[in-house]
Design a protein around this ligand. Structure first.
Ligand SMILES: [Zn+2]
Length: 271
């Protein structure tokens, strides 16, 4: 039995320099012939996905803490400030749109532990829902944070998760439910994973997490400053293209600036 529907949850907006996402001239880097490029500021949605599956409801990522501007490292929220956030963007409110409460979630899958992917985990903790993350991601986030080099990881998100119901996986690919495969990509962070979904309607989707922030990265086969390991990243891009050519799939990039022009947010869904 395959997944019935994917609902995208609207969890606010962040801003940032285009250079984080796109490389070289596309990212407004100086070049020999243009030494004074006009820098671009972009705003990107923060989203999550709720997968309704006969074998259990899966939540993929949980957005950014609405309090992050006050609780997180100054440098981090200066670089990636929340630019739009209201009560409507709380994850409980978004889940309500599809008739669910936090206790109705069976599995939480986290692409990686950056602030805008783990920030609203709070409402789920009392229900002991397994948090499926790559073992390498958990190790790497703590390894970096403990050296004071957390980048987009923040203690404010992870401190409260000591003893949480982590379900670390150490697999390149892991079939969580029928038609739902988690795949390690690395590249953006050491333990980054994406989620592939085959639906009952016969469609194939990849929820890219931050492996891809923007469609231009896919087209250019390159990424801006938010790249931790170029060799890992490049080892996956052609494979992803191959997979999508073969399966006629669709990519769902949770931070695509045009996300909400391409897909409707919950209660609408993708079959
Ligand atoms: Zn990230």
């Amino acid at each position: 039995m395959k997944a019935e529907r994917i609902h995208l949850l609207d969890l606010g907006w962040l801003g940032g320099d285009i250079g984080w996402f796109l490389p070289g001239a596309a990212g407004c880097a100086m070049t020999f012939s243009n030494r004074n490029p006009i820098r671009r500021w972009v705003e990107i949605p923060v989203s999550a996905a709720l997968l309704r599956h006969p074998e259990g409801n899966i939540l993929f990522d949980v957005g950014i803490s609405p309090q992050a501007m006050n609780t997180h490292a100054k440098g981090l929220v200066e670089a990636f400030p929340i630019v739009r956030m209201s009560d409507e963007n709380r994850i409980e409110v978004q889940l309500e749109k599809v008739g669910l409460r936090p206790k109705d979630i069976d599995f939480i899958v986290i692409s990686h532990l950056h602030l805008d992917h783990i920030g609203q985990i709070g409402p789920f903790l009392e229900h002991q829902i397994p948090i499926v993350v790559q073992k390498r991601e958990l190790e790497s986030a703590l390894y970096l944070l403990w050296q004071g080099k957390g980048g987009a990881y923040d203690f404010a998100d992870l401190d409260g998760l000591r003893g949480a119901p982590w379900a670390p996986i150490h697999d390149h690919q892991f079939d969580l439910l029928d038609g739902v495969t988690l795949e390690w990509t690395g590249g953006h962070t050491a333990g980054h994973q994406v989620m592939h979904v085959s639906t009952a309607a016969g469609n194939f989707y990849t929820l890219t997490g931050d492996y891809l922030h923007m469609p231009e990265e896919y087209d250019m086969e390159a990424k801006g400053w938010l790249l931790s390991d170029a060799e890992e990243w490049h080892a996956y891009i052609r494979k992803l293209k191959l997979l999508h050519k073969a399966r006629k799939g669709r990519l769902v990039m949770g931070h695509d600036p045009d996300l909400w022009a391409k897909y409707d947010a919950a209660p609408a869904g993708l079959d």
